[in-house]
Ligand binder design. Structure first.
Ligand SMILES: [Zn+2]
Length: 139
C-alpha cells in the first residue's frame, strides 16, 4: 500500500491509498481518480513531504562538504607533519623519551604509539599530540 497526497484542479487536497504506484498511474490514465467536488477528475500527485526531502538533501550536501573539508585539512596536517618532523615509526615512545630526557638531537618526531604509551608520555610531561592520520589514497 502506498499513500499519496493528491490535489484536484479545484484546489482541494486529499490523501488516498493505492496498492502500488502503478495502480495510481493506471487510475490516473483512465481518469478514474475523483475528487469530492465531483466536477473534476484532474487529480495530480503531490510530493508527500517536500520540505523534509529538501532539508535532508541540503543536510547531506553539507555533511559531504564538511567531510571533504576535514579530509583536506587532515591531508594538509599530514603533509605538514611529514615535512617538519622525522618519522620514527614504532620507536616513537622511546625516541620521545630520549629527546625529552637527554636533550640531545632535539627535533620533531612522529610515529606510532598505543594509547597507553601516549598516556604514559603525557604523565611524564612529554608533549604529545594525537592526530588522525589520513591515508593519502583517500584524498
Ligand atoms: Zn475537486
Amino acid at each position: 500500500m502506498i499513500k499519496y497526497q493528491l490535489k484536484c484542479e479545484c484546489g482541494k487536497e486529499f490523501e488516498s491509498w493505492f496498492s502500488s504506484s502503478k495502480e495510481f498511474d493506471k487510475l490516473e490514465k483512465k481518469k478514474m481518480l475523483s475528487c469530492i467536488c465531483g466536477t473534476s477528475n484532474k487529480i495530480t500527485k503531490q510530493l508527500m513531504s517536500p520540505q523534509v526531502a529538501i532539508g535532508s538533501k541540503v543536510e547531506k550536501d553539507k555533511q559531504k562538504e564538511i567531510f571533504k573539508n576535514v579530509q583536506k585539512k587532515l591531508a594538509d596536517l599530514r603533509s605538514y607533519v611529514e615535512k617538519n618532523a622525522e618519522f620514527v615509526g614504532d620507536k616513537f615512545a622511546s625516541e620521545a623519551r630520549s629527546i625529552y630526557y637527554d636533550k640531545k638531537n632535539i627535533r620533531n618526531i612522529y610515529g606510532n604509539t598505543t594509547p597507553k604509551e601516549t598516556n604514559e608520555l603525557l604523565e611524564e610531561g612529554i608533549e604529545v599530540s594525537t592526530v588522525p592520520w589520513i591515508s593519502k589514497t583517500n584524498s
